[in-house]
Design a binder for this molecule. Structure first.
Ligand code: SAH
Ligand code: AVI
Length: 341
């Protein structure tokens, strides 16, 4: 399958992490590419389009939850916090949180997409004059240190859009454990998490009639063509989204429609008709499942809010005093509040 080999050192020098992930991912069986590489400037713009789709309920539902419960969330969080956002993207929902919170000392958005970061920071500066914004272009699974912020008292982590669902369960647990260390002892986390639901609602959200999700998925191949001298013919790949009941997740693939050889950074990859590249998982959780995951990572579920149609959840978590000694059996049930709006 592979006719020419570059050493991993050369690859890193040539095109960095993306090149290495693509060459490794296309060489393994089954083939897969991590979904964080969706988000170049084009991919981020396409994701923004997805958030406006009728079929894609998560963004508007989470926005409504923040609008309806912002004041209560702020009461729980307390005043004078540093807000750290993981996978901030366009940070449109963040404005609602910033409006609700009492005195945000600084806002630290973390995102791999430089284009989204820059655009969002410009918008937030206008919308929230005087807010100290310290953007980090970084992988949130690898961020171990925050920039120093004067007068930091407590920290609120914010992970919206159910991006945590794009991680496997074990990676999500590792992320939450790392986030506890990153945010520090007196911290809380607010997370938007998509709920398990009927396939009539779930499948169209990832298979929209206008083909925007397909374009978002196919942009990964276009990005390989642009950045890694790729020769993918986008006409000969198709977007596919299925629900894996056993794993409780949407799985997204690019399916090859005709036998073809594709070149990437000088290597040839032979694709057969029907073969797929796995590009994304999007895990769905019940409120109880997510709370169990949070507890296993050292966080105490403080409150969860869901919308009346049970589409989406917002979770407020707080750190046990010590990561090593938090009680596993305490706090068996937690308040779940259904918004009336
Ligand atoms: N929070 C926003 C954006 C969600 S899209 C919302 O709810 O609308 C997912 C965002 O996470 C994108 O902006 C993407 O660039 C970013 N992202 C994905 N994987 C990442 C990673 N490993 N590290 C940092 N950012 C990541
Ligand atoms: C960012 N993430 C939570 C989205 C999701 O729903 O899993 C990405 C996405 N993929 C296809 N549509 C949206």
């Amino acid at each position: 399958m592979i006719h020419e080999t570059l050493s991993s050192h050369e690859i890193v020098d040539a095109r960095g992490e993306f090149a290495q992930a693509v060459l490794t991912g296309l060489s393994r069986s089954p083939r897969s590419i991590p979904c964080r590489f969706f988000y170049d400037a084009e991919g981020s713009a396409l994701f923004e389009e997805i958030t406006q789709l009728e079929e894609y309920y998560p963004t508007r539902t989470e926005t409504a939850l923040l609008a309806n419960h912002g004041a209560e969330i702020a009461e729980h969080v307390g005043s004078s916090v540093v807000l750290v956002e993981f996978g901030s993207g366009s940070a449109r929902k963040t404005s609602l949180l910033l409006d609700a919170l009492d005195e945000v000392r600084a806002y630290i958005p973390i995102d791999v997409s430089e284009a989204s970061q820059a655009e969002a920071a410009e918008r937030l500066k206008t919308r929230h004059p005087g807010l100290a914004i310290v953007p980090l272009v970084a992988d949130f699974t690898k961020t171990r240190v925050l920039p120093p912020v004067s007068g930091r008292e407590s920290t609120l982590g914010y992970f919206s859009g159910s991006t945590i669902g794009n991680l496997s369960h074990s990676a999500a647990r590792a992320f939450l454990e790392d986030a506890a260390r990153l945010l520090g002892p007196d911290s809380a986390m607010l997370l938007g998490v998509d709920l398990k639901k009927s396939l009539d609602i779930l499948l169209p959200a990832y298979n929209d009639a206008g083909g925007v999700t397909a374009a978002f998925n196919l942009n990964l191949l276009a990005r390989i063509n642009r950045e890694l001298d790729g020769t993918f013919d986008l006409e000969r790949f198709a977007h596919e989204a299925i629900y894996n009941e056993r794993e409780g997740r949407i799985e997204i693939y690019l399916e090859c429609l005709a036998d073809q050889n594709v070149r990437v950074l000088g290597r040839i990859f032979a694709f057969e008709t029907g073969e797929r590249i796995h590009t994304e998982n999007s895990h769905k959780y019940t409120v109880a499942e997510f709370q169990a995951l949070a507890r296993s990572a050292g966080w105490r579920p403080e409150k969860a809010w869901t919308d009346p149609d049970q589409l989406f959840s917002l979770h407020l978590l707080r750190l046990w005093r010590s990561l090593k000694t938090y009680p596993r059996t305490q706090m068996r049930s937690y308040p779940v509040v259904t918004s009336s709006a």
